[in-house]
Design a protein. Sequence first.
Length: 161
Amino acid sequence: MRNENLRRVCEDLGLARVSTVISSGNVVFDTDTDDLSGLEERLERAWPNELGFESTTIIRTREDLEGLVDLEPFSGLEHGRETYLLVTFSKSAVEVSVDLPFQPEGGGFRLLHATERELFTVTDMTQAPGPDAMQWGEARFGKEITSRTWLTVARILKKMG
C-alpha cells in the first residue's frame, strides 16, 4: 500500500502529524485519545473501506517503544548480514511458557526475551534455514502479530522525535 494512502486514511480519522516510516505499514501520528484499542479498531474498519484490504493494526506509544529499548533485549548483538534482530509485536498479551533463551527444534532463531506483548528473536543467518520466527509466533500466539527489525524500531522512534 502506498504510504500517502495510509497517511490519508489516518488524517481522515482525525490523527495529527501523520507520517510513515519506510514502506512497511509503519505510521507515526499524534492523537489525544487514551483509548488505543478503540483507535486500533477504527483503523482496522477503515482499511477495507478506504483502501480495499484488511489488516490487524497494532499501536505502540513512544513510551512503549522507549521502554523496549531500555530493556536492552539484544544486548551485545548487532543487526547485520549474519545476525537478524527481530521484534514481534502482539495485539494482546502473549504467554511464553519456555525458559529463555529458547531455540526451537531445528534451530533457525532463538527467542531471547519476551514482554507481555513483545517477543525478541535473533536469527543466525550463517546457519541453514530453520523455523521462521514469525511463523513460529503465529502458530503459538495467533495471527494478530507483526514483526519489525530492531533497526526499524529505531527508525520509528527517531521519527517520533
